[in-house]
Design a protein around this ligand. Structure first.
Ligand SMILES: *[C@@H]1O[C@H](CO)[C@@H](O)[C@H](O)[C@H]1NC(C)=O
Ligand SMILES: *[C@@H]1O[C@H](CO)[C@@H](O)[C@H](O)[C@H]1NC(C)=O
Ligand SMILES: *[C@@H]1O[C@H](CO)[C@@H](O)[C@H](O)[C@H]1NC(C)=O
Length: 462
């Protein structure tokens, strides 16, 4: 009580002005404290979305590939947006890439291998010296090397789409990606690659082996698929490489192995299967539109421009005739012969262009910029592979790195000789390296797993 009286007495002796100053001094901490409280509460409550946030959200709902308002990935933008973008655009690293036969996939293998190896990701490898995950038979758990690393980030090697097995192997957030190619040019490529004309006995004198083959396709096909055809490489008896090969890679039931279900005779069932694929795969690229496809991939995966550069590989020299040079009846026949592949292609080509249409105005500028960067990378790497007459595999040649200037789409980045060797000309360069590492690291696990009983009915040849 005494203290109060002393204070009141002291207060009465102060002038009016001094009283105001004292009052302010006493109230100031209270005001500051209240301000801090209000600010904190505001931060904790879910804020009403600002305009830009709302744009992102709507676009994410309706346009899975568009990551920012102007249609480009936020990955390359400045520090400030990078912080914001981590919430909506994180580099995605878990992926199943369906390596569809003869669809530019060796080129993409180099690209994906480089991406994975740079980040020390775990790529599923075929067992032993095999090159396929049991293709063209369905993939089983046994068709992947076990790894002491615990999990796989990527499946990249030839495998038939086998969702149950793939889902069990991969992290739940794995993105499924695939590719298709115009079926007639895919046929020409497969026909050459699998040496179909020679194995099926098309006379060497035939002016156009493909035309001759389809002149008597039932007969030639029988010879090619028969157990007597010894020089076939990696292709089991009874498997057609000219008929619906892409659909087969996508796991469509089409009567292989012999005696199994074939849905390709039922157009509605075929279409339903393809629509189902469309729901399972986040992106099906189209080989004819590789640049557009890769920009979509980059945006979908939130990768950087320097991650999608590639070096063309396993591309046969263009000796095949143009599609248009073939008689109409052959083109029409093949369309019926391999009709599931045509339906598959048309469906995903349409899907691709629908996605492109939703990308916003920046998309075609980005494709153009990517093409320019890509052509410089190809030139740079080609000089390295073939320059000075050195052997293709001589990676001791020193060349100054290629520096790409910053652009609307990317910060400045560098391509080194090491990148070129990772990308090509041998797309298996890194695969072999990964296999060697796995041989050493996982020696014990590999030895144990080789002792397990193998009860598979169908074993691939490669
Ligand atoms: C790569 O990842 C494995 C784990 O999966 C780790 O043990 C190893 O040290 C990593 N290597 C490098 C070079 O970061
Ligand atoms: C792919 O679709 C686009 C857009 O519909 C079309 O213009 C193009 O001709 C198609 N490509 C092929 C090879 O069919
Ligand atoms: C590889 O390149 C280096 C440096 O250019 C050269 O000295 C060497 O002889 C080459 N080796 C082979 C095997 O071509």
């Amino acid at each position: 009580m005494q203290i109060v009286q002393v204070l009141l007495h002291w207060c009465r002796r102060l002038t009016l002005r001094k009283r105001g100053a004292v009052l302010t001094a006493l109230l100031l901490p209270v005001i500051v404290y209240a301000a801090v409280l209000i600010y904190t509460a505001h931060r904790l409550l879910p804020a009403a979305p600002s305009r830009t946030h709302r744009t992102h959200r709507t676009q994410r709902e309706h346009r899975p590939y568009v990551l920012s308002a102007d249609g480009r990935s936020l990955y390359e933008e400045g520090q400030a947006t990078e912080i914001a973008s981590t919430q909506i655009c994180l580099e995605r690293r878990n992926m199943v890439f369906l390596k569809v036969m003869k669809c530019a996939t060796s080129t993409l293998l180099g690209l994906f291998n480089r991406f994975a190896y740079k980040r020390n990701l775990s790529v599923a490898l075929p067992p032993g010296k095999q090159i396929y995950h049991n293709w063209p038979y369905p993939m089983t758990r046994r068709d992947v090397r076990p790894t002491g690393r615990g999990e796989y980030n990527m499946i990249l090697h030839h495998a038939v789409y086998t969702p149950a097995v793939m889902r069990a192997l991969m992290p739940p957030d794995a993105v499924y990606i695939s590719i298709v190619r115009e079926p007639f040019s895919q046929l020409q490529s497969a026909f050459r690659y699998f040496n179909v004309a020679e194995i099926s006995g098309v006379p060497a004198s035939a002016r156009d082996p493909l035309l001759e083959y389809f002149g008597d396709v039932e007969q030639y096909e029988k010879v090619y698929m028969s157990p007597a055809a010894k020089s076939r490489w990696c292709i089991p008896d009874g498997f057609s490489v000219t008929r619906n090969l892409m659909s087969h890679c996508h796991g469509m039931p089409l009567g292989f192995p012999p005696g199994t279900r074939d849905i390709t005779r039922d157009a509605a069932a075929t279409d339903a299967y393809i629509r189902q694929l469309g729901r399972s795969f986040e992106l099906v690229m189209v080989a004819e539109y590789l640049f557009e496809s890769l920009v979509l991939l980059r945006r979908l995966m939130c990768w950087r421009l320097q991650d999608i550069v590639f070096v063309s590989s396993n591309v046969a020299p263009k000796t095949g005739k143009e599609r248009a040079a073939y008689p109409r009846h052959l083109l029409e026949f093949h369309k019926r012969w391999s009709h599931a592949d045509y339906r598959l292609y048309d469906y995903f080509n349409a899907t691709l262009w629908r996605l492109v249409a939703r990308q916003g105005p920046g998309f075609s500028r980005e494709v153009k910029a990517f093409k320019a960067v890509q052509s410089r990378v190809e030139q740079y790497c080609a000089a390295l592979y073939f320059g000075d007459g050195h052997a293709k595999t001589n990676n001791t040649i020193r060349v100054p790195p290629l520096v790409e200037a910053a652009s609307e789409w990317t910060r400045s980045f560098t391509i080194t000789a090491e990148d070129c060797w990772a990308l090509g000309p041998d797309p298996f360069y890194l695969t072999n390296k990964m296999k060697e590492e796995s041989d050493t690291r996982d020696e014990k696990i590999l030895r144990e797993s080789s002792k397990l009983l193998d009860e598979r009915q169908h074993k691939g040849l490669c």
